[in-house]
Design a protein around this ligand. Structure first.
Ligand code: PLP
Length: 451
């Protein structure tokens, strides 16, 4: 498994002060405790309860600007299409729409969410290996900017559909560059054995076919090699060099290539991993694709939405096991699945100033779900925490709430947006009735019986 490879187990975890210093939207106050922008988390917990997701609008805006700024500084014409799957909350999308970001969507639901948040169809790209006819119909109806096709079969299907609707689909061809992004096996996408894109060797013939078919207008090439890429720029450079080679070959054959979709995947430092910057990514693009002088598109999700979000949870109890101390929280793997699914490391900070300053000892941090995998951290240096004490899981804004489930009949947690000194609930905590709604007992189970 590749994920822990960048976390050096010989290195001690960063301490609370280090974690805080690296996250400018967070601060610790002697009276108010851990604070997001200007709102103490204790205030949010009192108003909304826990578990709750908390997002910083200021951090979202800063990160959106850092990306668009990096493209500009590298002398690139380009646009940023936020990968909606990382965090689909409408308020988050609205903040990013306000920064002029477009969207990269992978389902009908995400397309609808992007539109509902005010992102214009002309700024939306539709990616994904299995778009249904219904989804393609919607995309054509909305006349979105670009549909990235991932197979010869999809090209034929989309051509027939667009032609039958009297539409012309602007399509990008997602090419699998067969490079190793050196990230977790579950989130690498640019190897030839992955399901994504078409083989590099097959791309020229398919692109020519796209140009010849009715209802289609090829506009460019797309690559997305994986997620949480922190191993430097080598994989990106290798992929973009192949993209440049392919674009040059297509142009030489007189085929239209108007723009280059460079995908997402930029990693973030969850612990203290060295992580690439937007400037490094823009530099890699400029070095490889710059000479083509075409507009480029970025599709970052995690880099934008991850660090601005946290998961706020309460301690249910502290349990002394055989040689281990367990901190049992009211948040669980159904809320934040990344540790269980990807062996992910999330910083965990106590919220109260007293807990923050108290002496620490190793603890296993777990949720109440009936799975051993419901473990957020093992042997983490944390103080002794009383029932009701608050803790914050850092960098949980991406692939957090969106991957939640109601496993163990646990309602989806509330979501809160902080903007300066203001905060608002941007998604209500789900009710138990809402989980049960839509379930039906068939008549033959209930006729003539008393419940
Ligand atoms: C998931 C995905 C992204 C975003 O990935 P991040 O690692 O969150 O930046 C971008 N493009 C495509 C096609 C994706 O599937």
């Amino acid at each position: 498994m590749a994920s822990p490879l960048l976390l050096d187990p010989a290195q001690p975890d960063p301490d609370f002060g280090d974690l805080l210093a690296a996250r400018p939207h967070l601060s610790m106050h002697a009276l108010d405790g851990l604070t997001v922008e200007e709102v103490p988390l204790a205030r949010i917990a009192a108003a909304v309860g826990t578990p709750a997701w908390v997002y910083s609008a200021g951090a979202l805006r800063r990160r959106a600007r850092a990306l668009t700024g990096a493209l500009k500084s590298a002398g690139l014409r380009g646009s940023v299409h936020y990968a909606v799957k990382a965090n689909t909350n409408l308020a988050v999308l609205r903040v990013l729409a306000g920064e002029g970001l477009g969207a990269d969507v992978v389902s009908e639901g995400e397309l609808r969410a992007a539109r509902a948040a005010g992102i214009p169809a002309s700024e939306i790209v539709f990616s994904g290996v299995g778009k249904t006819e219904r989804e393609l119909r919607l995309a054509l109806g909305e006349d979105i900017a670009q549909i990235n096709v991932e197979s010869a079969e999809e090209v034929e299907m989309l051509s027939a559909l667009a032609a039958s609707l009297g539409r012309v689909a602007r399509i990008g061809l997602r090419v699998n560059p067969d490079v190793d992004a050196k990230t977790h096996a579950k989130i690498t996408t640019g190897r030839s054995e992955n399901k994504f894109g078409v083989a590099f060797e097959d791309a020229p013939a398919l692109y020519a076919r796209m140009a010849a078919l009715p209802g289609l207008r090829p506009v460019g090439i797309a690559m997305h090699i994986g997620s949480q890429i922190t191993a430097g720029m080598a994989a990106y450079r290798a992929a973009y060099a192949r993209m440049a080679e392919l674009a040059t070959a297509l142009l030489a054959r007189g085929l239209p290539v108007e723009q280059l979709d460079c995908g997402g995947g930029l990693g973030i430092p969850y612990r203290d991993e060295p992580a690439p910057t937007p400037e490094a990514l823009a530099g890699a693009i400029a070095a490889t694709l710059g000479p083509l002088n075409l507009p480029v598109m970025l599709e970052p999700g995690r880099w934008i939405a991850g660090p601005p979000g946290l998961l706020l949870a309460s301690v249910v109890l502290q349990k002394q096991g055989t040689g281990r101390r367990f901190l049992v929280l009211d948040a669980a793997m159904n809320d934040l699945v990344r540790p269980a699914m990807y062996d992910a490391w999330h910083g965990i900070l106590p919220v109260s100033p007293r807990d923050f300053a108290a002496a620490t000892a190793p603890a296993d941090v777990v949720g109440p779900v009936c799975e051993t995998g419901d473990t957020f951290a093992r042997g983490r240096a944390l103080p002794s925490l009383q029932p009701g004490a608050l803790v914050a899981f850092l960098d949980a804004g991406a692939y957090g709430a969106v991957m939640s489930s109601t496993y163990n009949m646990r309602p989806l947690a509330a979501e809160v947006l902080v903007d300066g000194a203001r905060f608002a609930v941007v998604r209500d905590r789900q009710t138990h009735d809402a989980i049960l709604a839509g379930q039906r007992l068939p008549g033959w189970l209930t006729e003539g019986t008393q419940p």
